[in-house]
Design a protein around this ligand. Sequence first.
Ligand code: NAD
Ligand code: TYD
Length: 351
Amino acid sequence: MKKKILVTGGAGFIGSHVVRRFVNNYPEYEILNLDKLTYAGNLANLTDIEHKPNYRFVKADITDAAAMVEIFRVENFDAVIHLAAESHVDRSISDPTAFVMTNVIGTVNLLNAAREYWKGAYDQKRFYHVSTDEVYGALDETGMFTESTAYDPHSPYSASKASSDHFVSAYHDTYGLDVVISNCSNNYGSHHFPEKLIPLAINNIKNNQAVPVYGKGENVRDWLWVEDHARAIDVIFHEAKTGETYNIGGHNEWKNIDLIHLLCKIMDKKLGREMGTSAQLITFVTDRAGHDLRYAIDSSKLQNKLNWVPSLQFEEGLEKTVDWYLENEEWLRNVTSGNYQTYYNKQYSSN
Ligand code: NAD
Ligand code: TYD
């Protein structure tokens, strides 16, 4: 069936994998990628599909309400897959307002445009909101987040995402908009901006620079290969019932310090360094304020109801990821030039 789908944030890390998957797997769909191209948005993430006839790009800012209404008026979308966001916790600690603007106001602008232009046809349209497990707060050593875990966000990033999730649900409950929300654990893979732990560490190890580990490296994250996330979004988009929420996770918990040691081993092997060389770069630095101890996702609803399971073991996925960064030096050089150095020096200067 033909569909015209608006994907927001499609030039970012996860968005580019979602756009690529939908453009390649559904030639009958028209995909419009709307992205502001912030520091995290990069059209070089999509060069392999940018000439496909079912793909278009428009540069726009979701905080611009009038622009969102206009694009809905002109395009007559069948669905939205909303990924555009400010996504980095450390940046949310230094500038929370940008997170309120894009993640909360931007989401409400899209919901308002959908509410207005889809009126009378809500049952034939779908608003898919991509969110994070960080809305649930932090776990101690045991337990997992399920879809019914109460929201308890701690960082300005997770607070803004939690707020946006509540608005999406409220538009379903109040106006009857067909919405679906998914809350995913930490992603890793190609095209990940090197401000996040894994790509930052790969870049630093490659350049023989210190690898900053916050606190004692005891915090735990549940890592999922980004292409498995994109596949989960595909399945949920097509099969979830209206108003449903799904948790997505890899059942793959790692303490940061153990993950970094594994990465150092892989890098030693790939770079032909003596085993143990890269691990010498590990440097413990001042902890992140309000640092959530542990995230772990129970994705059994998605596995049982929609038959989704992660496809890759972490070690294999991490090797593939390292290979991608080593093979794409120009991509890495481009995104780490200019403003990246200013950000990096400010973020890590106190250590
Ligand atoms: P990202 O930072 O790599 O990409 C975000 C994209 O949104 C960029 O292309 C950026 O240019 C665009 N954008 C930002 N502000 C915008 C605005 N005002 N208007 C239009 N476009 C704008 O983020 P990501 O890691 O790909 O995350 C995508 C989504 O998935 C986010 O909603 C995030 O909360 C969620 N998520 C991320 C993870 C993760 O591990 N990265 C895990 C779970 C959920
Ligand atoms: P990050 O990739 O920023 O994702 P999130 O904060 O959304 O989970 O960080 C992953 C973990 O790694 C988190 O516990 C913070 C830690 N971390 C470091 O130890 N050093 C770093 O330089 C960064 C960026 C993160």
